[in-house]
Design a protein around this ligand. Structure first.
Ligand code: SF4
Ligand code: SF4
Length: 402
């Protein structure tokens, strides 16, 4: 059966069900990747075997055609669990060649670049890879080490006289002067990017504002990484047909590890400015407990994600984005490992070098955040908010509503 005849079949079924003729001419899409998603979803819409796997399929059944905004929305709603590839009777080598995870991943990568702010920096997504991330961290480490050496002589780089106080090397106000502008730029750039995405997908997802129940359910979906459970709780796929919960668990370790580290830094800022309690903090202070737990979680999570990424089935994703994925994972691991090493080596002569390594990794991570894999969390959260809003509205085609 040819693809056009499947589409015609879908049209006939919809027409019969609703009692009217519904045009299903392909909606305007622009790139080959977007057209491929629209093509595959037309076939899925006639098949619907994978309806219970994730949020994408119920959202798909609310549509008869897939325009650019629909494709961008659905691509970011997909969690790349791989379930619909392994279940699909039309997957390669079938002539239909249905590979939803790969088609969605390709469009997702494109949306990060298309919605990037400022737009001219969108092409950095293609260049943001493992080599660049590590080279940036190494360059910053050398730069900071050089700055320390020039300020205090080589002896300062390897000195047991610094005690446990790294503000002797980099004064607090200097660190704030470096990190505050970078952090604010990252937040602003990500906000502007996701704002443009939101403006495009909102009209295509009912146009209704997000309600409190929709926001609460979307938050739960994000915090639980619900759609990495394969729809049945046994997990998703990685290298083969076997279900595994490893991807969900390592994502959780990474996600919550990152949040705990961020909370430790935020709390340290409150301690400094509100109470005048200067770092470094020691156990059992709350910033140190949060930082230690977060660091361990980040290290375990990113090590696991690295291994899973390297062994991932090649049909699951867009191979061109692998360097970007690995670059982000490597920087997160480096930040966590150097932070833990700094803590353990705080009373040794290696303090200055460990501090330069940690600061270099943190600055490199933040500098690449708006143009790297971090974007997937932001865009997917926005898509889940739209999904939980849209599904509370009546189906626009009167069929297949949740
Ligand atoms: S991925 Fe394959 S099996 Fe699943 S709904 Fe689409 S066409 Fe059907
Ligand atoms: S890869 Fe997983 S999350 Fe993505 S559409 Fe398929 S089943 Fe849904």
């Amino acid at each position: 059966m040819s693809i056009p005849s499947l589409q015609a079949l879908g049209q006939e079924a919809q027409s019969l069900a609703t009692g009217k003729i519904i045009p299903i001419l392909p909606a305007a899409t622009e790139t080959a990747a977007e057209t491929e998603v629209a093509r595959t979803l037309q076939i899925c819409n006639a098949c619907r075997y994978c309806e219970g796997f994730c949020a994408v399929f119920p959202a798909m059944t609310r549509r008869l055609e897939f325009g650019k905004a629909d494709v961008h929305y659905l691509a970011n709603l997909c969690h790349n669990c791989g379930a619909c590839l392994h279940a699909c009777q039309y997957a390669p080598p079938h002539e239909f060649g249905i590979n939803i995870p790969q088609a969605m991943a390709t469009v997702r990568g494109q949306t990060y670049a298309d919605y990037a702010w400022p737009p001219a920096l969108g092409r950095l997504y293609q260049k943001n890879g493992l080599t660049l991330s590590l080279a940036l961290a190494a360059g910053l480490f050398l730069f900071l080490a050089l700055a320390v050496a020039l300020r205090g002589g080589e002896a300062r780089l390897w000195s047991g006289e610094l005690g446990n106080n790294f503000y002797h090397l980099f004064p607090h106000n200097l660190l704030v002067g470096i990190f505050a502008p970078v952090f604010l730029f990252v937040v602003f750039a990500l906000f502007m990017g996701v704002r443009r995405f939101w403006k495009d997908v909102k009209p295509a997802t009912s146009g209704v504002d997000v309600s409190a129940p929709a926001a609460a359910e979307a938050t739960q979906d994000v915090l639980r990484l619900k759609y990495l459970d394969g729809g049945h709780g046994e997990g998703c796929h990685n290298e083969d047909d076997e279900y595994t919960l490893k991807r969900r668990r390592f994502h959780h370790l990474t996600f919550y590890g990152f949040l705990l580290c961020f909370a430790a830094t935020a709390l340290g800022t409150v301690y400094h400015y509100a109470f005048g309690w200067a770092a470094p903090y020691e156990l059992p202070s709350l910033p140190k407990v949060l930082g230690a737990l977060g660091g361990l979680g980040l290290m375990a999570g990113t090590a696991g994600l690295w291994h899973l990424n390297r062994s991932r089935h090649p049909l699951h994703g867009d191979a061109r984005q692998k360097p970007m994925d690995l670059g982000f994972i490597a920087l997160l691991f480096l930040v966590a490992a150097s932070g833990m090493a700094l803590w353990l080596g705080r009373a040794t002569p290696a303090l200055a070098l460990l501090l330069c390594l940690h600061l270099g990794a943190v600055i490199a991570l933040f500098a690449t955040l708006p143009y790297g894999k971090f974007a997937h969390g932001v865009f997917r959260t926005a898509a889940l908010l739209r999904h939980n809003t849209e599904k509370r509205q009546p189906s626009p085609i009167g069929l297949g509503a949740d």
